[in-house]
Design a protein around this ligand. Structure first.
Ligand SMILES: Nc1nc2c(c(=O)[nH]1)N[C@H]1C(S)=C(S)[C@@H](COP(=O)(O)OP(=O)(O)OC[C@H]3O[C@@H](n4cnc5c(=O)[nH]c(N)nc54)[C@H](O)[C@@H]3O)O[C@H]1N2
Ligand SMILES: Nc1nc2c(c(=O)[nH]1)N[C@H]1C(S)=C(S)[C@@H](COP(=O)(O)OP(=O)(O)OC[C@H]3O[C@@H](n4cnc5c(=O)[nH]c(N)nc54)[C@H](O)[C@@H]3O)O[C@H]1N2
Ligand SMILES: [Mo]
Length: 770
């Protein structure tokens, strides 16, 4: 396959036409894409009340392939009842992620048990009764609740509140495998866990750092902003062990000049070794201070720990920095030179920074670099984690974390007149470990693919199989439904956000809240997420008899907060009684307006959400964008940090450092296409190796190899010679490569080191063409 010379461009437009046919016509797809709903894919965010494909600055059309793919997947036909007679778990395991996704929309609840050995359609009543029965039998800390970032703020809020009042804090979201290190790192720097900038700030910058990410394929709409920065004479510095085609040159589909001639994106491209960023960032800081380009008044007036950082930068040697980053001194000086002359600088980063055992330290080092020149706390400059799922940030904001922030905890208690549990909740890996050692018996996944996203796939399968009950709320099938099976597994079909009967909200990575109108359901059968959650909660709380209360009607309840006012609780019936589970009328809480009232009262900065469905005013969450150097830390100053530099791993004679990455043709565990357009790779069962490593390891492209990693081995892997990767480093595609990845976590954020897996190759035989 020939590698394309530019990202985006005509292939992206032609793809749109092809997808249109799959969706039942271009017009159908256009209408769906233009509806007033937030885009379903990445957290850059678009759509909402300005209409689909419009960003918050009003720019139209904003398009990317991934948003089309996600839409077309939701527009496909339904899985027919006879499907389940033909496809049991064994057959599903034989299907690829793409085949699973294209089986169709889930429309009926299905049940698998180890006795049945297959899936069988069941009624919603039976599904609820099994789930409620199990929850009433267990102690709350035997359960866990995993959330993907696709669901709405309303569904996220309601489910975490139910889980807590039921009695457990084992509540977490996919962030633990994604940007948790950014949240923890940023909080330790500024006191706030999200981006300090808006989209407008990015476009005002005269230098943008893109560290450890491939936005050309994973956040293509950011490319338009990077193009604007370059056109205004600004710079883009990329730090990435792979020279990514789309970061070198990109054709922005919505810009004629860019489409015709392409746009140069990176003005400087630096390729460190995998894991070398902490040393590299420290080196740039050292050079900035040595050349006196730092902002001393800012450091003295607005930062804590400046003396410590200054002393540490004076102590750490250039030899250490160069050896541990893999970047020569001249290149470090070159980055520092460009940084020193820029006036407004935005620092962005993605998984190449967070997926390491020192992920939090990486983020803190980016914070140091920005603070050294006063680049946080003014317009046009700041810190910007480029987040993943479209609402992963909102899910976190509304309380889907094991430990609630103190203010959320207190306000949730007082708003509903309940008591919350104070036990320590589990992060995602702690849930997997609890499932494996028998401490956990029940799990519920609101979207996502917990099995597929886990490191150490063999362990993940084995752990989930030990659970008594696992419930999935899903739109389509994924590998989790084939491999992540508990003794009793129930899949509940849910509506996508643009099919919801009521409005919902989503939060972008710029802290911008969008309102999605919802729309007509495409199939009879799937239910709205909030309805499913409210039904389960009502069942556990013992309000079966109240199920007739229509959403929106107060039904004899305190109209302001849904709290029960007539004391109808039946003592001793459910575990959550202790916390006030029965004091909430869960049926009334399936009204998303009522949930938003609660969110407005409980989540700081979210006050305006109470009126959003009436005034249609989308807004920026208060208190998170820093255009002034006044930070929510104990003394209003930002924190600098010092770190010991980790050595480069995997330097043994036969070793390679392996990163597990996404192709342009997938969205997380959902693989839409086997080829990786921008890297010119045709298949997924490959390892991308630099020609120098191919020679060093005495392998070649005509053979297959076994790749041995810390958690397991992948056989029959083909070698794809890849000049663009820094020698000594290799890449394979996620989720397939999760067989190899160990459960080694960053101790502070509990994020797995998906990007630094030490592997060895063993030659197998000739690669046969097929
Ligand atoms: N098309 C598409 N878009 C997506 C997704 C998708 O699967 N497909 N997923 C969404 C989600 S949930 C997320 S979190 C984001 C992920 O977005 P990205 O983080 O861009 O995705 P990855 O493929 O994990 O990317 C890793 C990039 O980090 C680089 N890298 C690897 N190791 C290192 C390192 O040690 N240092 C540095 N500096 N760089 C390194 C790799 O070369 C690669 O370019 O994308 C979101 N958008
Ligand atoms: N080796 C390796 N592993 C990784 C990564 C890596 O880079 N390398 N990346 C990690 C990252 S960044 C992340 S975010 C995780 C991804 O982790 P997850 O979020 O758990 O996984 P996804 O594949 O995004 O989940 C997709 C599924 O969500 C369901 N879905 C889609 N839309 C909706 C909806 O509207 N409602 C509901 N209820 N369900 C819906 C569909 O069934 C679909 O199959 O994986 C992590 N794992
Ligand atoms: Mo992610």
């Amino acid at each position: 396959m020939r590698k394309v010379k530019t990202g985006g461009g005509w292939p992206a437009l032609l793809y749109t036409l092809r997808k249109g046919r799959e969706a039942g016509g271009i017009w159908q797809l256009w209408k769906a894409m233009r509806s007033k709903n937030a885009c379903k894919t990445c957290a850059l965010g678009m759509g909402g009340q300005r209409g689909g494909m419009v960003n918050e600055a009003g720019h139209f059309p904003e398009v990317c392939k991934k948003s089309l793919q996600a839409m077309v997947a939701d527009m496909q036909g339904a899985i027919t009842p006879d499907f389940w007679a033909k496809y049991g778990p064994d057959e599903l395991r034989g299907l690829s992620p793409r085949e699973l996704e294209t089986c169709g929309r889930l429309t009926q609840p299905v049940l698998y048990t180890t006795e049945l050995k297959r899936y069988q359609p069941i009624s919603w009543e039976e599904a609820y009764s099994r789930i409620v029965g199990k929850l009433r039998e267990l102690t709350p800390d035997e359960t866990f609740w995993y959330f993907s970032g696709r669901s709405s703020n309303e569904a996220g809020f309601l489910l975490q509140m139910f889980a807590r009042l039921y009695g457990t804090n084992n509540v977490n979201n996919c962030s633990y495998y994604c940007h948790q290190a950014s949240g923890v790192g940023l909080t330790s720097v500024t006191g706030s866990g999200t981006a300090t900038v808006t989209l407008e700030d990015v476009e005002k910058a005269d230098l943008v750092f893109v560290i450890g990410g491939n936005p050309a394929s994973n956040h293509p709409r950011l490319m338009r902003s990077l193009m604007s920065v370059r056109r205004a004479g600004g710079e883009v510095v990329v730090i990435n062990p792979i020279l990514e085609t789309g970061l070198v040159n990109f054709s922005v589909p919505s810009d004629v000049r860019s489409m015709l001639f392409g746009t140069k994106i990176a003005s400087l491209y630096i390729q460190p070794h995998i894991g070398g960023d902490l040393a590299l960032l420290t080196g740039i800081c050292k050079q900035i201070v040595e050349t006196k380009a730092h902002d001393v008044p800012f450091l003295e007036n607005n930062c804590n720990n400046w003396d410590e950082l200054r002393d540490w930068l004076a102590t750490v040697t250039w030899e250490e920095i160069i050896a541990k980053s893999g970047v020569p001194r001249a290149e470090i000086d070159e980055i520092a030179k460009r940084y020193a002359k820029a006036k407004n600088v935005v620092f962005s980063w993605t998984m190449g920074i967070t997926h390491h055992v020192h992920g939090v330290e990486n983020v803190q080092a980016i914070g140091n670099l920005a603070l050294l020149r006063g680049m946080v706390g003014k317009p046009g400059a700041g810190l910007m984690p480029i987040r993943g799922h479209s609402n992963v940030q909102g899910i976190g904001s509304v309380g889907v974390t094991p430990k609630l922030k103190d203010v959320l905890f207190d306000r949730l208690q007082s708003h509903f007149g309940v008591t919350l549990p104070t036990s320590e909740g589990r992060d995602t890996m702690a849930c997997m470990e609890g499932a494996d050692n028998g401490e956990l018996k029940f799990g519920l996944c609101l979207g996502g693919n917990l099995y597929g996203s886990n490191p150490d796939s063999t362990f993940a399968q084995q752990a989930l199989e030990k659970l008594d009950t696992l419930v999935y709320l899903s739109t389509t099938l994924n590998t989790g439904h084939a491999f992540g099976l508990a003794k009793e597994t129930i899949i509940l079909p849910v509506l996508a956000r643009d099919e919801e009967p009521q409005a919902t909200t989503q939060e972008s990575m710029f802290n911008y809240i969008r309102l999605s109108d919802g729309g007509p359901a495409r199939h009879a059968g799937p239910k709205s997420e909030v309805e499913v959650i409210a039904s389960i909660a009502a069942g556990v709380a013992g309000f079966h008899d109240r199920s007739a209360v229509a959403p929106g009607s107060a039904g004899g309840l305190n109209p302001h907060n849904g709290a029960e006012s007539n004391g109808a609780a039946t003592p001793g019936r459910s575990p959550g009684l202790h916390y006030g589970l029965e004091a909430v009328n869960w049926r009334s809480m399936q009204d998303t307006g009522r949930i938003r009232d609660a969110i407005a009262a409980i989540v700081p900065g979210y006050e305006q959400i109470a009126e959003i469905d009436k005034n249609k005013q989308e807004f920026q969450v208060g208190g998170r964008t820093f255009h002034q150097a006044n930070f929510p830390t104990y003394n209003g100053r930002a924190n600098l940090h010092t770190h010991q530099l980790p050595a480069i791993q995997g330097t043994g004679e036969r070793e390679l450092r392996l990163m597990t990455i996404r192709s342009e043709g997938q969205f997380n565990t959902v693989v839409y296409e086997d080829y990786d357009l921008y890297r010119g790779v045709e298949r997924r069962d490959v390892i991308l190796l630099h020609p120098d490593d191919i020679r060093r390891l005495h392998v070649d492209a005509s053979m297959t190899v076994a790749v041995h990693g810390p958690a397991g081995t992948l056989r029959n892997v083909r070698i794809h010679p890849f000049e663009e990767i820094r020698p000594g480093n290799a890449a394979m595609y996620y989720p397939e490569a999760n067989v190899l990845v160990s459960r080694h976590l960053d101790p502070s954020s509990k994020t797995p080191a998906f990007k630094c897996v030490i592997v060895r190759l063993e030659a197998e035989g000739l690669a046969l063409a097929h």
